[in-house]
Structures are given as structure tokens and as C-alpha cells.
Ligand binder design. Structure first.
Ligand code: NI
Length: 226
């Protein structure tokens, strides 16, 4: 489970909230899959307008140039972000995400290795509305600053607790990683972060830094599917 900070700037967040407030929201249970629909009580932006596609593209462009996201997710395919809103009393009960998702208007299949929530509302603007992720260490409540993103394995059970004050908007999406195995992905992330840190201390032409970087790329060759 990794927090990716500052995916969107404060100006982008303002723009998003300004644009989203003027859109027509629909019942969120139109997407989600049969198992999750019974527990999903939120609103969603229909993906069929140029304005919403513009927001999606902004998120995807921000992800594409965020080194921490690339390092952690090693993305092969990304399901276009969906924009969700939770008002008072709205919630998304405990569920699992569908293993395979097909983006609207496409025949491509995306295997959900990683789930992501990009927070678009500052945490002091609402109460409740925590993303609670159940992993082997227990339940982890997550509530991040607007613009920050949580990336977590799609194999987990998770929920969004009911809102008791204010309103929470977020973008959610899924990633099919080039590295399907979560443990391998974790090792690659640690190794990449170590190489980055050693590079900043010694420069990338340092012989051992170069060797370690070579090991990273050799593991990528072993473990990726593209
Ligand atoms: Ni989910």
C-alpha cells in the first residue's frame, strides 16, 4: 500500500472541483459489478462528456510523469479514472473489485492488479468517508490530502465509510501492472528507490550504482509481461 503525494497541484484541484460542481451526477450503482452494487451508495460522473474526458486525461497525464507512481505501479494499462462523490449518509460498503474491467466504449480487458483512489477534497471538508482497506495486518483507514493518491492491491477487501458531514469527491481507477506478482513488484519498488537514493548521493556513473541499476533492469526483464 503506497501513498503517492501531489499527483495533482492545488490549482488543478480547484479546477476539478469547479468543473465537477457544474456537472450532472448519476447514481453510482450503474457501474461496479453485481457483487459490489448492492453496497454502493454514491454518485458518479457519466464518462460520456468531453468535459469529463478532459478531467480523465489530466489525471492520466499527471500519472504518466509521476516517477513514484511509475516505480510503484509499473503500469501496463490503466482503466480511465471514474469520478465519485459521496454526500451525507453515502457510503461504499465492504466489497472486492472485479478482477477484469472493460473501459466504456472499448473491448480492451484490464486485469485489476492495483486499485487507486485519488482524493479531490481536503480532509477538513468532511467527516467520515475514510477508505478502509483490509490487509493481513488488519484494517487501515486512509484519508489523504486533496491531490494525493493511495495505491493498494486489488485483492483486498475495502470500503468507504459513511459521510457524516460535508461531501467527498475522488477519482478511482485500476492498474494492470507489467508485474502481476505483488511481492515482485514490492521488491522492484524497493530496489528502484534504493538506486534513486544512491544515484543522488554518488551519481549514476558510479560503478556500483550502475551495477545495481543493471540488476534492477535484469529483474524487470525477468518479471514483466508487456
Ligand atoms: Ni472498490
Amino acid at each position: 500500500m503506497i501513498v503517492i503525494k501531489e499527483v495533482l497541484t492545488a490549482q488543478q484541484i480547484d479546477h476539478f472541483n469547479h468543473v465537477m460542481a457544474k456537472q450532472e451526477w448519476v447514481d453510482g450503482s450503474v457501474t461496479g459489478g453485481s457483487q459490489s452494487n448492492t453496497v454502493k451508495k454514491n454518485q458518479q460522473l457519466p464518462a460520456d462528456s468531453a468535459i469529463v474526458r478532459g478531467l480523465e486525461d489530466t489525471v492520466l497525464a499527471a500519472l504518466a510523469k509521476h516517477p513514484m507512481f511509475i516505480s510503484a505501479a509499473l503500469p501496463l494499462k490503466i482503466f480511465p479514472p471514474m469520478f465519485n462523490r459521496y454526500g451525507i449518509g453515502e457510503t461504499y460498503g465492504v466489497h472486492v473489485d472485479n478482477a477484469i474491467r472493460i473501459p466504456p466504449g472499448s473491448s480492451a480487458r484490464i486485469r485489476t492488479d492495483l486499485s487507486a483512489t485519488l482524493f479531490l477534497t481536503e480532509p477538513d471538508q468532511y467527516d467520515g468517508g475514510e477508505l478502509v482497506i483490509e490487509d493481513h495486518y488488519g484494517s487501515q483507514p486512509v484519508k489523504l490530502a486533496a491531490g494525493d493518491l493511495i495505491l493498494y492491491p486489488s485483492t483486498t477487501l475495502h470500503q468507504v465509510t459513511p459521510i457524516t458531514r460535508g461531501e467527498r469527491t475522488c477519482a478511482v481507477f485500476w492498474v494492470q501492472s507489467m508485474v502481476r506478482n505483488t511481492e515482485y513488484r514490492k521488491i522492484l519498488f524497493d530496489l528502484d528507490q534504493t538506486v534513486q537514493s544512491l544515484t543522488s548521493q554518488h551519481g549514476h556513473e558510479h560503478h556500483d550504482v550502475m551495477r545495481l541499476s543493471g540488476i534492477y533492469h535484469n529483474l524487470i526483464r525477468q518479471w514483466t509481461d508487456t
